[in-house]
Design a protein around this ligand. Structure first.
Ligand code: SF4
Length: 344
């Protein structure tokens, strides 16, 4: 078995040491973006390389060291690894799996803006992510068509100003926190000036992927805005939450943000009662409330993550026997055209 390993040694300690002196931008720029480097770094058997290369051609691999350091060495079944390693299955095209499963293209009244639900709009604040999750429903999203310049943001901001029924702006992406703090502070300042806006919601995976992203500059604009703040994290497994993530979450809470989590139910990642219970417990220890457990959006390239509805319902029924009600996420599906998430 050992001779199948691409590189037996790991540089984990030196990678961890380098994290101690790197800014989040440096950590992001050093993220692994090559399937062979990923297999080498994690000591994976050569048999995974062809599939990893094929999947990478369809959706680039991207994993920063801070996240890699929580993945077990030479274990293809690690639940964090399953979320980030490209596989040959991504080239399959089963019926029903499409490039835009939520039909977002029909809800873009301005560049960078998606308006699907009453009372809230979604702003594509950054086309970039700090990690490329293989199950992402936006893995085919045309970010190049939806990355406004400051001048182009005015159209989206005017749309918000002219619709007094909108009370909440949701920063999304990509990952909105992949944008720099100067841009984000400017955008939040623009949003603050719209009187009927009450809340700023930020959907992000960056506090989990690179916890150092929650730095002083971010905390400054977040803590000084008049808008109520909700940060919705995206965490799928308890192992994603180490002490650095706990500390990043504590800073967000101290800045006045309410922390919620949404997960996706993923085959071979969190499709067991024990994994889901451990996730809820660990979230609460980190000051985060479980919010949604989504079934997979049928995006092309991700069918191998699917858990059928009947199994999802049974898992959640059993989960109730293990958790208090306030730690139970709501099992939902997003159906294009519906005015809200649909409970299963
Ligand atoms: S948008 Fe979120 S789920 Fe999709 S790749 Fe980026 S971080 Fe992952």
């Amino acid at each position: 078995m050992q001779e199948n390993i691409i590189i037996a040694g790991s540089e984990t300690q030196s990678h961890r040491d380098s994290l101690a002196v790197s800014t989040w931008q440096q950590q992001l720029s050093h993220a692994i973006r090559d399937p062979q480097a990923l297999c080498q770094r994690l000591g994976l058997s050569r048999e995974w390389l062809p599939g990893a290369k094929l999947g990478h051609e369809l959706f680039e691999v991207c994993v920063p060291e801070a996240y890699l350091s929580r993945i077990a060495y030479a274990d293809i079944n690690d639940p964090l690894l399953r979320q980030v390693i490209p596989l040959g299955e991504e080239a399959l095209t089963p019926a029903g799996y499409v490039v835009d499963p939520l039909e977002e293209a029909q809800h873009r009244p301005a560049k960078g803006l998606i308006h699907k639900y009453a009372g809230r709009v979604l702003l594509i604040a950054s086309p970039n992510c700090a990690i490329n999750c293989r199950y992402c429903f936006r893995r085919h999203f045309p970010y190049s068509d939806n990355s406004p310049s400051r001048a182009q943001w005015q159209e989206a901001l005017d749309y918000l100003r002219n619709d007094t029924t909108i009370h909440e702006a949701i920063l999304s992406g990509g990952d909105p926190l992949a944008a720099n703090d100067r841009q984000l502070a400017w955008l939040v300042e623009q949003l603050e000036s719209i009187p009927h806006l009450k809340r700023l919601r930020i959907h992000t995976r960056l506090p989990v992927v690179i916890p150092d992203r929650i730095d002083d500059a971010l905390i400054h604009w977040l803590s000084t805005t008049r808008l109520q703040k909700v940060v919705v994290l995206h965490i799928n497994h308890a192992n994603e939450i180490d002490q650095t993530v706990v500390e990043a979450c504590a800073r967000l809470t101290q800045a006045g943000a309410t922390l919620l989590n949404q997960s996706v139910l993923l085959r071979r990642v969190n499709d067991s009662v024990s994994a889901l219970a451990a996730l809820s417990e660990r979230l609460f220890e980190a000051g985060i409330l479980p919010y949604y457990l989504h079934v997979l959006d049928p995006v092309q390239g991700a069918a191998h993550f699917d858990v059928p509805d009947s199994e999802a319902r049974e898992l959640v029924t059993q989960l109730r026997d293990h958790l208090p009600g306030f730690l139970m996420p709501r099992l939902v599906r997003e159906i294009p055209g519906k005015g809200s998430k649909t409970p299963l």
